[in-house]
Design a protein around this ligand. Sequence first.
Ligand code: SAH
Length: 265
Amino acid sequence: MKKTIGIMGAMPEEIDGVVALLNNCKTFSMGQRTYYSGQINDIDTIVVFSRWGKVAAATTVSTLIHHFNITDLIFTGVAGAIKDNLKIGDIVLAKRLIQHDMDARPLMAQFEIPLLSKSYFDCDSSLLNISANAINTLLEEKCLHTTIGDKELENFNIRHPKLYIEDIASGDQFFSSNEQKNNLCLQLPNIACVEMEGAAVAQVCYEYNIPFVVIRTISDAADEQSHIDFPSFIKEISSKYSTEIIKNIYNQLQHLNFMSKSKKC
Ligand code: SAH
C-alpha cells in the first residue's frame, strides 16, 4: 500500500527544518493549524505543528487521518526528564505511552482510558526499529558534530547523548518542580520522561489503527529550572536533531521501498 506519512512536531521551530525537506510543498490552513504537504524521498508526507497539550494534539492527528489520509504517524518533540540517568540532549523513543492525568476512579482503575480497557499504548515495532537506527546514526560522534556545532553542544553540556527506549507519560501539565516529579514517580515508577501530547496522539492512532512512533529529546529535568533556555535549546539542538532523524528515517524507508519493488520484479 502507498504510504502517506504524517509528521507532527510540538514546537514550530521543530517542524521548520522538516518542512524544508518537502518537495512540491503546498500549504493548507485548517483549525488554526498550517499543514504542509509534499514528498520526502518520493514518499507523500504531511508536516504540522500540533501546538501544546492533549486536545491540540488529538485534534491535529484526527485531521491528518481524516483529511490527509495518513497511513503512519511520526511525532517529534521535547520532554522533561523524570529518571535521573537522563541528561539534556538524550533522546527517548517511546516504547509505550500513558496519560498520567487520566483518573476516572472509582469507575475504573487510575490511568485507564474509559471504554478502551487499557492504560498504555504501544508504538509500532517496525517504526520503532527504523527510528532507533535513525537516532543511533545521528548520535554517532561524527554525525552529531557535523549536525550541531561544538559550541552549541558545549553550551548545553551535551557530551555523549544516548538513545533510550522507555515508557513516556503525557498530560496537560508542564512539569517544573521536584514535587511534581516525585509524585509521578510514586504513581508510575517506570516512566522515563514527561511531555504533553504523545499519549493523546497514541490513543487516536490506536483507535484508527495507524502505526505511530513518538520521539522526544530531553530539553529539561522537569524541575524548578525546566523553563530556562527553552527557546534556545529548541533552536540550537532539538530542531536540528528532528530534521536529521527524519532524514535518516526516510533514507531507510526509501531503501525498504526499493527492496520490496525489486523483489516484485
Ligand atoms: N515553548 C514554551 C514551552 C513549551 S510547552 C516556552 O517557550 O517556554 C512544553 C512543550 O515541551 C510541550 O510540547 C511538552 O510536550 C514539552 N515539554 C518539555 N518539557 C516538559 C516538561 N518539563 N513538562 C511537560 N512538558 C514538557
